[in-house]
Design a protein around this ligand. Structure first.
Ligand code: 4AD
Ligand code: MG
Length: 428
């Protein structure tokens, strides 16, 4: 009943389970948009072939009514799917009454309240299908590159990205946090398996209400032993190129539904410019941004301006040590800065990757942990990695939802995850 690809069935008779997404009809012919799980298909019913009674019954079925429908798959090049279904018979499964999301426009808060239903709509279906493909392409890419997938814990005692945005929870009699990043654990795994990546939910109690911030988001975190900052940038570039090319190849229909500017995406592939933080500051100052000084983090107008100056994802490297986490390695050639990079997506989608070479010297790392006022007991195991066969290593984290937002051309991360967790939203 659940058929994955109806395109392979041209000329054949099929029976599918589906929901009525939309319909229009005249006296003799009715057109339906059916959602059959894997996608949408136009279905056509003729009074002549169904008979008066059945035709009237079908024509009056309400939006989101579920049916089992039998018919022949025909080619139709005017449809995005390239096919349509000629209905021969049907069976009603369950009639839906007063489905709240009608084809008219709705306010975004209303849609967000009905997210459990909103995910059925064509645009949301396309975005989430692309999200699924990005996850699959990620696994493919890292497998080809010889990485192993490892799973860090969600309940942790450490706070790699600073202590201000932690979700606290009780762990029996202890304090625990929901993971902000699996990185520290991935470093341990890299010392065993060489090249590893994780993919999982991460949590930030950020009081940010922007188009780029979720409270719960999913991150892909590769970590590589015997790998320096430059080599890590090369992998990041290759990975993002792979994602774009794979989505262009496999999600043509979804990109069309979303009216994504394909040329914009294509031109974002190739080599990504690398610019130093200090040069980015200079670029901004030369272009009238008086609100930023060396030593400050960028806001979204700054990121957008830098990205638009290149029309490609841009690596901003060599950030001041003071505004980056304790584990980043200082650049011996540019003291005061760390060997790190943020990758800023074009078209205003903001930072999609944060990564760095890690501090591999025991004494320096210990000093950094102390300087950041972190509880040393929670990091002794992490320091061990620098005691027993410490090596140069690097890694990065790609934010899945921001990447989906960019690739799908969707302005807000709340539509890039099935059930977004936002500052004021824990429902549905
Ligand atoms: O730059 P971040 O904080 O880096 C880390 O967590 C590193 N420990 C990763 C690593 O090196 N293994 O986060 C990485 C990425 C960001 O570039 C952004 O894409 C995404 O995670 N991100 C968020 N996405 C949605 N909502 C939020 N609140 C996000 N915070 C970070
Ligand atoms: Mg970052």
């Amino acid at each position: 009943m659940n058929i994955n690809n109806l395109k392979d069935k041209i000329g054949q008779s099929v029976t599918i389970g589906a929901w009525i997404a939309n319909k229009r009809s005249s006296g003799k012919i009715a057109f339906f948009q059916l959602r059959y799980g894997a996608g949408f298909i136009q279905a056509v019913a003729l009074k002549e072939s169904l008979g008066e009674e059945k035709f009237q019954e079908l024509k009056h079925l309400t939006q989101e009514t579920s049916i089992k429908v039998t018919g022949t798959i025909k080619e139709n090049q005017r449809e995005l799917s390239g096919i349509e279904l000629q209905i021969e018979s049907f069976e009603i499964v369950s009639i839906a009454t007063d489905y709240p999301i009608t084809p008219k426009e709705h306010g975004v808060e209303f849609l967000a309240d009905n997210r459990h239903l909103w995910i059925r709509s064509k645009k949301q279906h396309a975005i989430l299908s692309i999200r699924n493909q990005i996850i699959k392409s990620t696994y493919d890419f890292f497998e080809k590159e010889g990485f192993l997938k490892m799973d860090p814990p969600i309940l942790t005692s450490s706070s790699p990205e600073g202590t201000t945005e932690l979700f606290n929870t009780k762990y029996f009699d202890e304090e625990a946090y929901l993971s902000q990043s699996g990185q520290l654990y991935m470093e341990a795994c890299a010392m065993s398996f060489g090249k590893v990546f994780s993919f999982g939910p991460t949590f930030r109690a950020e009081k940010s209400k922007t188009r780029r911030h979720l409270i719960e988001f999913w991150m892909i975190e590769p970590e590589m032993a015997f790998c320096n900052h430059e080599e890590s940038l090369e992998i990041q570039e290759k990975y993002v190129n792979y994602l774009i090319n794979d989505i262009l190849l496999k999600n043509e229909t979804e990109l069309k539904i979303l009216e994504r500017d394909i040329e914009g995406l294509k031109s974002a592939t190739g080599t990504f410019p690398r610019i130093k933080y200090k040069d980015a500051i200079q670029l901004l100052k030369e272009n009238g941004f008086d609100d930023i000084e060396y030593g400050q983090d960028f806001g979204s107008p700054h990121e957008t301006f830098i990205a638009n100056s290149y029309n490609k994802p841009v690596f901003i490297t060599h950030w001041p040590k003071e505004i980056k986490p304790f584990y980043m390695k200082e650049d011996p050639e540019n003291p005061g800065t760390v060997l790190c990079a943020d990758l800023i997506a074009p078209e205003g989608y903001g930072e999609i990757i944060g990564g760095s070479q890690r501090e591999d010297n025991y004494d320096v790392l210990l000093e950094n942990i102390r300087a950041h006022d972190l509880n040393i007991d929670a990091y002794n195991w992490y320091l061990d990695l620098r005691k027993y066969g410490s090596v140069e290593h690097s890694g990065f984290g790609l934010g899945l939802e921001r990447t989906v937002a960019w690739i799908t051309g969707n302005g807000h991360v709340r539509e890039t995850i099935p059930f977004p967790r936002l500052l004021n939203r824990l429902l549905p």
